[in-house]
Structure formats: C-alpha cells, structure tokens
Design a binder for this molecule. Structure first.
Ligand SMILES: NC(=O)c1ccc[n+]([C@@H]2O[C@H](COP(=O)([O-])OP(=O)(O)OC[C@H]3O[C@@H](n4cnc5c(N)ncnc54)[C@H](O)[C@@H]3O)[C@@H](O)[C@H]2O)c1
Length: 410
C-alpha cells in the first residue's frame, strides 16, 4: 500500500533526524504552535514529512503542497494524510497547471505562517491575496532563489510580512548546500546515467555554496573538475581549492559532464552546445530549470529529444548527440531523493525553530527579511553534536572577558 510504503520511508528518515526528533518531543510538551495554520510549499519527501510531524506536534494545523511539480513522493504524501493528519496537495508529475492550482489552494486557507522552497506560495500570496499577507505572522524561506525573490519585494517596499532566511543560517549553508547538494546532485547524475566519474571531466558552472559541494565531491570520485564563474573572488577560490578555472566557452570543449548551479539563467546555451563533445551529459542542480537553455538546444537539434533511458533525453545535433538529465530540472530531486536525511535534519530543525520564533514574536517582528537568530543556529548545532555524543569546550570567564573587552563599559 502506498501509505504503508511511505510510512516506512518516513520512519527511516526519522531515525536519521535526531535533532528534529528532539525538537518534536519538546514541541509535544510545550505546544508553541497551538491554534496556528501553517502552510508549506516544500519538496514532498520523507524528511519534509518529519518536519510536518514536528509542526503538528507543536499544535499547528498543517497543509503541504509540493515545491516542484515533478518531484513529489506519492507514498510519503499518502502516509502524511492517513497517519499524521497533514493534508497534502500535489503528486509526482502533476504538471505546472495543477501545481499552480495547489499553490493557490494553500494560499486560500489564509495561513498564519508559510514555509517555502522557492517562494512560490508566499509569492502567490503577495501577488494575488495581499490582504492575507498582512494578517500573517511571517514566512520562512529555504532556498537562495526564493530569497532573491523576497528581497526584490523588500527592495520594492511591497514585502508584507517578516521572513526568516533559513537558507542563510550557518548550519544550512554548511550542511544543506555544501554537503547535501554536493552529494545528492552527484547521486542523481549517477542514478540516471550510471557513469564512472573517475577519468571524466566534470564542468561545474557556479562556485557558490552548492557548486563547491558538487565540485569537491566529484573530485573525490576521481573526476577532473573544471569550474566556471563570473565572480572573480569565487573563481580565485576555486583555483586555490585546486580546480581548473576557465570561461564556459572554453570548458564546453573539455567537459564530459556539465552541472549548472548558478541560480541564474542560460549558463549553458547554443554557443556552448556547439562546442561540446559527442556524448556530453548536461545536468542542472540550480533551483529552476532555466540554467540550461533547452529551447536553444532544441533549435540546434531541429527536432524533439528522444528519451533513451528514464530521465535521459538525447538531442541529436547531426554531428553529435548531447544528453540532458531530468529535462534540466533540479537533478538531485528529479533523479535522486534530494538531500540525505542527516542533512535535512539540520535544515528542518532550523525551519521548525524559525516557525516557533515567528509564533512567539506574535506579529512583533519588523516586516523585512531577517537572518536566522544566532541562538537558533547554536541550538541546532548543539543538538546535532549531542546526538553524535560529541562534547566541546566552553570559554572560561577570563577568556570571555578577553574576547569582549568593551562589555564592562557603561
Ligand atoms: N539542488 C539543490 O538541492 C539546491 C540546494 C541549495 C541551493 N540550490 C540552488 O542552487 C543555485 C545556487 O545556489 P547557491 O546557494 O550556491 O548560490 P550562490 O549565489 O552562493 O552561488 C551561485 C554562484 O554562481 C555564479 N554564477 C552566476 N551566474 C553564473 C554564470 N552564468 N556562469 C558561471 N557562474 C555564475 C555566481 O557568481 C555565484 O558564485 C540556486 O538556484 C539555489 O536555489 C539548489
């Protein structure tokens, strides 16, 4: 039965999420979300299911829709509905129209707090139902791309509620973007292609937090890594980290596998496709499916692509064939299972504590994009260390005084 299979996956993930488990136990005792409606537009995975359970344990009424029309795990959605009292809208392969309807349906519930991975739900509320935004306690945002959208609203003076930038928490940057995407993007590429990375050249476009995780893990599997950047400092970092750095046009001729992770659009386009080798594989680990210009690729090929394996489309350019994974959608979710549960444990613990902080503030937070409070970062890291039986030192009073020389001044 789908719900039973989904529950097994949720339990497996739960076993790997000790931080969120301890927060769930505390929420059960303290009920910080009693009486609140929480709507989440997140990837429907077993890890997300455990975040939903924590919010339910805190007393919230919880609804969830998928943050990507193609990645929802239907068995997990079934288990959330039947075993945990969480209504889920969205199914794998629902398509963009149904996806938009699901987002709209969640918005209509007039949530007190929203959780997003790409700002689609809170963005819809701002665009279509601004009067509901004014009544919200706030929102949390899980990804870089969503924050770009929300900061644009802030800059335009149209942001309507406080937002916690979960994506920029210290724990999130290190665990989610670097370790999480680093491993899971490669996992998606390997599951789809079963290629041996050793001996191949992987081109990573974008050396942000996520890109450097992809580059480092590919290096660990024996690939020769080439990095393309537009930011001089990050390009320099990539070189100092031991990778070759060059413009994308030069890298186009070198790469066997290309991974875009820029957060922008058209990192790879016709100029690059023309120079690529026969058999080159193209994948995207950035949030939106606009990093590889597929319309441009179709134009060059002059015909529709052919599915040659699940999740691999072949574009025949006459002199050569290029292979696109998961139609350019975010590869670690479309071709694998997203981040490992251990990684999402940290992100979702931060999410849960950020939601509780919004509830506690009860509307008193300024309407702006806020950094995650340092106490939340510290609490999540402490809980994770405790779960790993790792103890660390604390400063002596003398050391603290030395580090804060102005504390005693009036
Ligand atoms: N797949 C996942 O699970 C996952 C996880 C986290 C973030 N993301 C997404 O990955 C993308 C990148 O996120 P990030 O946190 O690393 O962002 P970031 O801003 O830290 O890094 C992006 C880098 O790409 C560079 N860049 C921009 N345009 C470029 C171009 N055309 N060519 C080469 N380099 C270019 C920028 O200079 C920057 O250094 C975003 O879309 C984000 O939402 C995906």
């Amino acid at each position: 039965l789908p719900a039973e299979a989904g529950q097994l996956r949720i339990d497996w993930a739960d076993g790997l999420m000790p931080v969120l488990r301890s927060i769930r136990a505390r929420f059960e005792r303290e009920r910080p979300l009693d009486g609140l409606r929480v709507a989440a537009c997140l990837h429907v995975t077993a890890e997300t299911a455990n975040l939903m359970r924590a919010l339910r344990a805190g007393g919230a009424e919880v609804v969830l829709c998928s943050a990507n029309p193609f990645s929802a795990q239907d068995d997990v959605a079934a288990a959330l509905g039947s075993h945990h009292g969480v209504e889920v809208r969205g199914r794998r392969g629902e398509g963009v129209d149904e996806y938009a309807r699901n987002v709209a349906a969640l918005a209509e519930l007039a949530p007190h707090i929203t959780l997003d991975d790409g700002a689609d739900l809170v963005g819809f509320l701002h665009a279509q139902r601004p009067e509901l935004v004014g009544a919200m306690l706030g929102a949390t945002e899980e990804t870089t791309t969503g924050l770009v959208r929300l900061r644009a609203l802030e800059a335009a003076g149209t942001l309507g509620c406080p937002v916690y930038a979960v994506n920029e928490a210290r724990t999130e940057r290190v665990f989610n973007d670097y370790y999480g995407t680093g491993q899971s993007a490669l996992d998606g590429i390997l599951r789809a292609t079963n290629l041996l990375l050793a001996g191949r050249t992987m081109v990573v476009l974008g050396y942000g937090y996520t890109g450097r995780g992809v580059a480092r893990r590919a290096d660990g599997l024996g690939a020769s890594v080439v990095v393309c950047e537009i930011d001089p400092l990050r390009a320099l970092e990539a070189r100092m980290d031991g990778f070759e750095v060059m413009p994308a046009l030069a890298a186009a001729e070198r790469g066997d596998i290309f991974v875009t992770v820029t957060g922008g659009r058209d990192a790879l386009g016709p100029r690059h496709f023309e120079r690529m080798k026969d058999g080159a594989v193209l994948a995207n680990a950035g949030h939106f499916d606009v990093e590889i210009d597929l319309a441009g690729l179709r134009g060059l090929a002059g015909s529709e692509p052919v599915a040659v394996r699940p999740l691999i489309e072949q574009y025949d350019l006459g002199s050569k064939r290029l292979y696109v994974l998961a139609s350019g959608r975010v590869v670690n979710l479309a071709a694998a299972e997203g981040h490992p549960a251990d990684v999402m444990d940290m992100s979702f613990a931060t999410q849960a504590l950020a939601v509780a902080a919004l509830a506690r503030a009860d509307g008193s937070l300024a309407v702006e994009v806020h950094a995650i409070p340092a106490e939340i970062d510290r609490e999540v890291a402490q809980l994770k260390l405790a779960s790993m039986d790792i103890e660390i030192d604390a400063l002596s009073p003398e050391q603290e005084a030395y580090l804060r020389p102005f504390d005693h001044l009036p």
